[in-house]
Write a protein that binds this ligand. Sequence first.
Ligand code: ZN
Ligand code: ZN
Length: 365
Amino acid sequence: MKGSLEPILLTPLNLSQRPQKVRMDLEEGAAIVVTDAPNVRWLTGFTGTNGIVYLDHEQIVLITDRRYQDQGPEEVAEADSPTDVTIAQDPVKIISEICGTRTLIVDANAVTWGEKQRLAQAIRGEVTASKSPFQGVRAQKDTGEIQRIAQAARIADQALESVIPLLGQQLSEIDIAMHLDHKIRMCGASGSAYETIVASGKNSSFPHARPSGKIIEKGDIVVIDVGAVVDGYRSDMTRTFVIGGPTQEEEKYLGTVLAAQEEAISKLKPGVACKEIDKICRDRIEDEGWGESFIHGTGHGVGLEIHESPQISSRSEDNLLSGMIITIEPGIYFKGQCGVRWEDLFVITDDGAKRLSRSEKVPQV
Ligand code: ZN
Ligand code: ZN
């Protein structure tokens, strides 16, 4: 198909060891209930919209409804997951039957108060909450996961390359965003990793601007933040352009943010504290007097979700580990004027980091 990438044969994901990884942190006599789609998918391979996973030291059960009676077992088998699939109208009843007197752990960030109350009434043991219990085990990706994210990054590179010639053609932000989203699908991704950001002129001063009907004009700074999804796994990248080329002042913004990003990138390796990476980046921007304009963290983990562990910010308690996939994305934003951001995606290797987003950083268009 014209415009598509050569398809890469993705190694099938092997989820056979994931329940065991969770059990390593699970106390004897405890069970965990997983209700949110990314964690259900990570643990079992099931991609449906309605699935609850029950896991204790002996068993792992996916409870879903009849719409998924074929898809559920198929996906679980394809992913080599040891999960049993149960079709039931009332998952709480099933959980109360298999849970016995175990303590049930739920994800405080995923379960509603009402669901927690229902579980507490139905089971004999206690219900306790843990905050994002899988964030640690999910942070280090395996080969199959890294391959998918790398492919998503490649697709975003390709999509971005295809819109650069359009930037000087009096099109709107929405036009460019739609073109990016279309190209991402054409290249074999299942969709965009998040709502694509195309922010021009003053709009670029909002880090999470929504594409508008504003025409991209000569002299505008344009921030494009784009990612793709391959087999559930996401990519994330930002490039900044200036239509007609940057002024001296804009060149200084672009150069400073780039220097901050490069300094942080040069320090990426296992064992380094994420807050240290944030500090390196922030110090460089503060040195220019723009510390107040760097209004977000330096980066974040990426995987089945666009924001995952680790957090790369001044308050982060995380350390980098090999297999983590992270962004480094310093930016500065001047209200009513403009913003500049460079964002790249990396996999932490045994002795450093490998860049997955490859698009060039040539701001002049
Ligand atoms: Zn981004
Ligand atoms: Zn990001």
